[in-house]
Design a protein around this ligand. Structure first.
Ligand SMILES: NC(=O)c1ccc[n+]([C@@H]2O[C@H](COP(=O)([O-])OP(=O)(O)OC[C@H]3O[C@@H](n4cnc5c(N)ncnc54)[C@H](O)[C@@H]3O)[C@@H](O)[C@H]2O)c1
Length: 382
């Protein structure tokens, strides 16, 4: 069987993990090339690694120059694991050479990039897979199944929070020292982990947003709000409230979601101290489920429970690649498309625009809509 030739750009903490997952867990793939502008990440041992990457990936050719890697490696797939605010140009260059792309999230940093990336994929014979791992969690599949079976009715109000305990730069926190984007990215822009799962059960894209921030109270040197809160709305009024943090001293579980539907309710509330995460629902439509009913807490998607290779964010990382490689083998569209990535990424960029206007209501558009071009000028240049 011909193996997919895989290259990676970005050997930060996430890239190092992802490239090893692909190398060790997927027989259909062969990692042949790796690229970073910092050769020390290849040559020298790094945080949480037992050996330098060059020893962990023998036979893999290392490049400091991305264009050269694309030119000289005959790749079928590039893994884009550069910082959260610099994905699009790497993706575009690969698509222009008809090389498939796995891009981590958020998909783009601004509207102009979204337009260029969208058009590059339209012109390409290759496709982009959005690396939205929370979309793959078992409890998210359970929520989608409840929805598809009509047990929740139609969602009209939803909530999500992604609260990451405060990390301050320093030797105890090498991640933030090495990854500049972690210090400066507006929290609300890192919205894909929260919006992605909820948009799986939302029929319309998000159309409006208002967003406010708390300002800085915890660390006077911080360059972003301690907390940002956005209200997103679809044209028919379906509303999502999203809470994201900059600095935060709560130290609670990271990801919570609530879905209020016309015929039921679903929630996944993450851990609080010794209280483990809980997944619950109720439904008008299911005999015996008219009071709140607890479901098993599933991070691992059901189909991988017995798979010793399945790992990474509770198995969600493995699921992303398994689904992607199966689709590539079958010649099918990517399971989480570029369009999916943009509808979970762009609302965060519009939210920052609302934030800058003190919470003004802003209308969201997408690259496949005629109004988008005017927004590029208005929103990007703010
Ligand atoms: N899905 C998840 O659960 C999850 C978790 C963590 C991070 N992420 C995403 O993974 C991505 C990487 O995160 P990270 O923390 O490892 O970032 P990072 O900033 O630590 O690493 C990015 C790497 O890209 C390299 N790079 C930058 N420009 C380059 C260029 N022109 N050519 C070659 N290399 C270049 C940098 O030198 C750096 O080593 C981000 O997009 C982040 O949002 C996703």
């Amino acid at each position: 069987m011909k193996k997919f030739r895989v290259g990676i750009v970005g050997l930060g903490h996430r890239g190092r993990y992802i490239v090893k997952l692909v190398k060790h867990s997927f027989e259909c793939a062969e990692v042949v090339a790796a690229c970073d502008i910092d050769p020390e990440l290849w040559e020298k041992n790094q945080w949480q690694q037992s050996l330098p990457m060059k020893e962990q990936l023998p036979g893999v050719r290392f490049f400091e120059n991305y264009d050269r890697m694309l030119e000289e490696s005959e790749l079928d797939l590039v893994l884009v694991e550069t910082g959260a605010d610099v994905h699009a140009d790497f993706c575009i260059k690969a698509l222009e050479r008809n090389i498939n792309v796995f891009s981590d999230i958020p998909s783009v940093a601004n509207l102009a990039e979204a337009k260029r990336l969208w058009e590059a994929e339209q012109r390409s014979s290759a496709r982009l897979m959005t690396g939205a791992n929370p979309n793959e969690w078992g409890f998210v599949n359970a929520m989608v199944d409840l929805y598809n079976k009509g047990l929740l009715g139609e969602p009209y109000y939803m909530e999500a929070e992604y609260i990451h305990s405060s990390r301050n730069p320093g030797p105890a926190n090498p991640l933030i020292v090495h990854s500049p984007w972690r210090k400066k990215l507006q929290p609300i822009r890192y919205c894909t982990h929260s919006l992605g799962p909820l948009l799986r059960i939302t029929k319309e894209p998000l159309r409006y947003v208002i967003c406010i921030g708390t300002g800085v109270h915890i660390n006077p040197d911080a360059v972003k709000d301690d907390m940002q809160i956005a209200l997103f709305q679809t044209e028919s009024g379906v509303t999502i409230r999203l809470l994201r943090n900059g600095a935060c001293r709560a130290f609670i579980g990271l990801h919570s979601y609530r879905v209020f539907g016309t015929k039921g309710y679903f929630e996944r509330i993450d851990s609080r101290g010794n209280t483990p995460p809980a997944v619950r629902f109720r439904s008008d439509e299911l005999y015996g489920a008219d009071t709140i009913t607890e479901l098993p807490h599933l991070l691992m998607p059901n189909e991988y429970i017995e798979n010793p290779n399945a790992g990474g964010h509770g198995g969600a990382d493995y699921a992303l690649f398994d689904h992607m490689f199966k689709a590539m083998t079958a010649g099918e569209d990517m399971p989480i498309t570029l369009r999916d990535g943009l509808i979970m990424t762009l609302p965060g960029i519009y939210a920052v625009n609302s934030l800058k206007q003190g919470g003004a209501k802003v209308t969201i558009h997408y690259p496949w809509e005629p109004e988008f071009d005017a927004d590029i000028k208005l929103i990007d240049e703010e």
